[in-house]
Write a protein that binds this ligand. Structure first.
Ligand code: NAP
Length: 450
């Protein structure tokens, strides 16, 4: 039997875990997988992206925990690529490096006033209500009667739903405590979801639309009148299902005193106005024009509408961040690759959103990871492991600890997990999240000293 290969994965969201599972399933040579993660916690967007009122989706973390229990898998948190370790160092020590970095920033609207206070990215809001340490200090002012969410994807729906949902419901979830406090005091009565194209072009999915009908105390409104009257013969089934869901929602009788979740289609924000803080959004009205492929594009009619709003959340897509020394496509926001192998870089691979851009659901990463891992194994076949020292795994851990003394091991994460779950149990919630790196590390240290 040949010596095992040692592969390091950078990032431990769904793409990282599915890549780990595919690597661990390899037969001969076997693969040992080390994962380094910049946060003291694993699971990426499953912990800090999936909305807290979607616990079923979050339960995929149980699968990740099973993968993490494999004897050839190790996880190390609080290790930053570029700060604590470099690509070159990883390449010296491992047979291959797989980047599972996700898409760590947001796309911008590029309109005047976008820098005003009260104009925020959905990626930040999502991180904030999910207790991601990078966003825990975000100040989200919910003191105006109307919030505008720009974009027609599932993230826009998540944010709109979180802003509308009765906080008594959210008190049963793992929504971060700081967000629960702000949401409890919210003055928002209407969330306006703005799509630049029509309902037939929207990116959200039917399940997520239908779910809006279950929100207690929320009326769903669809504008402008007649926008749902589109000829359906040629439309794909998924689109017809979305239109049906919107019609059903719009047909419900209004409830006096309810919050309103309003879909306004064929509108693009062209300016945010306000004195230091967003007060108004100027919307340009669009009509649809087919391009040469038959895809409908939004075109400005020149008409304008002005709406009062104190909060504008742009939810127009995530964006990957370049890795120093690797190629990057700034338009698509991903690392160019061939079946997952980084173009021009032997022994370096990508999976997930940094590979294909921010599309697809959690399960999409399974197939995506399999492609990359097949390519990796084929590339390394016959090359053999780069170093066959029997104590190599231990040396790697020692080396990592030298680089980051506050390394969080899988045991450290289990200690954090236990603290959060115990606190959650007392309140009838899945967990109470620790939202600051120092508190997460303290929970780990307390365990180490027991
Ligand atoms: P998305 O699905 O790509 O949607 C982005 C939206 O932004 C589209 O409606 C797009 O409109 C719009 N947009 C882009 N640029 C714009 C601009 N300059 N002005 C106005 N609108 C603009 O992205 P996402 O919502 O961030 O979601 C990312 C991925 O995660 C998706 O695959 C999504 O399904 C998935 N996700 C799934 C769930 C779930 O399963 N429950 C939850 C959250 C996220 P155009 O179509 O006109 O470009």
């Amino acid at each position: 039997m040949s010596a095992p290969l040692h592969v390091v994965l950078v990032g431990s969201g769904p793409a990282g875990f599915y890549a780990a599972a595919a690597l661990l399933a390899a037969g001969e040579p076997e693969v040992r997988v080390d994962v380094i993660e910049r946060l003291p916690t694993p699971w990426g967007l499953v912990r800090s992206g999936v909305a807290p009122d979607h616990p079923k989706i979050k339960s995929v973390a149980d699968t990740f925990a099973q993968i993490a229990a494999h004897e050839r898998f190790r996880w190390y948190g609080n290790v930053h690529l570029g700060r604590d370790v470099t690509r070159e160092e990883l390449l010296q020590r491992y047979d291959a490096v797989v980047y599972a970095l996700g898409a760590q920033t947001d796309r911008r609207l590029g309109v005047p006033g976008e820098e005003l206070a009260g104009s925020v990215a959905a990626t930040d809001v999502v991180g904030w209500y999910n207790g991601h340490p990078d966003y825990s200090d975000l100040t989200l002012l919910l003191d105006g009667a109307r919030a505008v969410v720009v974009g027609n994807g599932n993230v826009a729906l998540d944010v709109a739903r979180m802003l509308c949902t009765d906080v008594a419901e959210l008190n049963r979830t793992d929504t971060a405590d700081h967000a629960l406090d702000v949401l409890a005091a919210s003055a928002v009565r209407e969330v306006l979801v703005v799509g630049r194209r029509g309902p037939a072009q929207a990116a959200f999915t039917t399940l997520e639309l239908r779910e809006l009908g279950d929100l207690a105390g929320v009326d769903v409104v669809v504008e402008p009148a007649g926008v749902l009257d589109v000829p359906e013969d040629e439309l794909p089934r998924a689109v017809r299902r979305n239109l049906d869901a919107l019609r059903d929602l719009a047909a419900r009788p209004p409830t006096p005193g309810a919050r309103r979740l309003v879909f306004r289609f064929l509108r693009s924000p062209v300016e945010l106005r306000g004195d230091g803080h967003v007060q108004q959004v100027v919307l340009g009205c669009n009509h649809l024009v087919p391009d040469e492929t038959g895809r409908f594009l939004a075109r400005d009619t020149g008409e304008r509408e002005v709406v009062d709003a104190a909060l504008v959340v742009r939810s127009v897509g995530y964006l990957g961040v370049p890795v120093e020394g690797l190629p990057f496509d700034p338009v698509a926001g991903h690392i160019p690759h061939e079946q997952g192998q980084v173009v021009g870089h032997e022994r370096e691979y990508v999976v997930g959103w940094i590979k294909r851009g921010p599309t697809g659901v959690i399960g999409t990463n399974k197939k995506d990871a399999r492609e990359t891992v097949q390519r990796l194994l084929a590339d390394l076949a016959g090359e053999g492991a780069r170093d066959t020292g029997v104590d190599r795994p231990e040396r790697l851990e020692q080396w990592l600890r030298g680089k980051q003394p506050e390394l969080v091991s899988d045991l450290g994460w289990q200690a954090i997990d236990e603290v959060e779950r115990r606190a959650g149990h007392r309140q009838g919630r899945p967990r109470v999240k620790l939202v600051r790196t120092r508190d997460l590390l303290a929970a780990m240290r307390d365990h180490d000293h027991r």
